[in-house]
Design a protein. Structure first.
Length: 367
């Protein structure tokens, strides 16, 4: 009976969301660019975050066995659907047949079942569902791409994979799953204490009524300095200009003599250094460490970048500050359990009004 109630609640919520979307489109409240923004939000943020978050599971032989079985069954089910579709459309000569085949095999309706799976089977069930979406995205951007484009060139298929956010999420999720469980085997599951790298005393204002911790002050000042230095580096140096060129058009950057591989390597090196600084500051503020300490902050950092505007360094800083303020106000005055939901709701509202984020630039596609 409980499972039936949970299922009914999740299905009701799903239809409420569908109804709100239909009403918004019907009344003109949800404009075409707004619908595209929500679609991009699902593909570029929600699905990758879900995949990464689903791999936050403690290792066990049973879970690993079930996960491998989920991968195998997922691959077989998708390939079986592909074979059945090809059999039924083998004699079709319609120009729209490739699109029809693609739609039959690679439907995106499966994403709607994730809240229901999470409610019924918990995080472990979501992990197995994520295995399906892992194989789904791998086959979508290889077999599916070849079906629609008519090209089986390995280079073009590889390029299509590189433009899929879910593929990066799969890699990050699997690597994080491996690293987290290796850390559990080496260090154990007990929390460890981190020695703070910040020894600045707290600042007391209004006769002690308002207190700002030293870690908070150092974090804000450090972020401002890094933002200014990184902005200057990007705009004033040859390496920074090369990064901008590669991000805009890899092929054109190569023709201009830019070493794309070296530029990407430097970008990842800078990102890793910044992540190390962020980790030291985070652990100074919250010194109790577990192998899962950085998982949720990593997802929220990506949300902050989207919030502030992808491609804008000051936007990422502003997005992070606003994200933290909204989350803390939600915990203090509304509900600590709903704080994450409120943050993501505000993100959706902002993206509906400004699809590129707070400081993101509107990109006009050339035809």
């Amino acid at each position: 009976m409980d499972l039936a109630v949970i299922t009914a609640q999740q299905v009701a919520e799903l239809f409420i969301l569908i109804g709100l979307g239909a009403l918004g489109a019907k009344t003109g409240l949800l404009r075409p660019e707004g619908k595209q923004t929500l679609s991009n939000l699902l593909v570029d943020l929600v699905v990758p975050a879900m995949i990464i978050n689903s791999y936050r599971m403690e290792f066990s032989a049973e879970i690993l066995h079930n996960l491998m079985a989920a991968f195998a069954l997922s691959t077989l089910s998708i390939l079986l659907g592909l074979v059945i579709t090809l059999l039924f459309t083998a004699r079709s000569r319609d120009s729209r047949t490739p699109i029809f085949r693609f739609a039959c095999v690679f439907s995106n309706a499966g994403y709607m079942g994730l809240p229901l799976i999470s409610a019924l089977f918990g995080s472990e069930g979501l992990l197995y569902a994520s295995a399906f979406f892992t194989m789904f995205n791998l086959l979508l951007w290889t077999v599916g791409y070849s079906m629609v484009s008519g090209s089986s060139d390995p280079k073009k298929v590889a390029q299509s994979l590189l433009h899929c956010p879910a593929i990066y999420a799969i890699v990050v999720g699997l690597v994080s799953y491996l690293l987290q469980n290796v850390a559990l085997l080496i260090f154990g599951s007990n929390a460890r204490q981190f020695t703070s790298v910040v020894n600045v005393p707290s600042l007391k204002l209004a006769g002690g009524a308002l207190s700002i911790s030293g870690v908070t002050m150092v974090t804000i000042i450090t972020c401002i300095i890094i933002m200014a230095a990184l902005t200057t580096f990007i705009n004033k140096t040859k390496v920074g200009q090369a990064m901008l060129a590669v991000s805009e058009d890899t092929g054109a950057a190569t023709l201009m003599g830019i070493n794309v591989n070296s530029t990407i390597a430097i970008t990842f090196a800078i990102g890793s250094a910044l992540a190390a600084i962020a980790g030291a500051l985070l652990c100074s503020a919250y010194p109790s460490l577990t192998p899962y300490t950085g998982s949720m902050p990593g997802i929220k950092a990506f949300v902050a970048a989207v919030f502030g505007g992808i491609g804008s360094i000051p936007g990422a800083l502003i997005g992070g500050i606003l994200l933290g303020v909204i989350e803390n106000l939600s915990k203090a005055y509304i509900s600590s359990q709903l704080s994450d939901a409120i943050v993501f709701a505000v993100l959706i509202i902002v993206l509906l009004v400004r699809p590129t984020g707070i400081l993101g630039k509107k990109i006009t596609e050339k035809v």
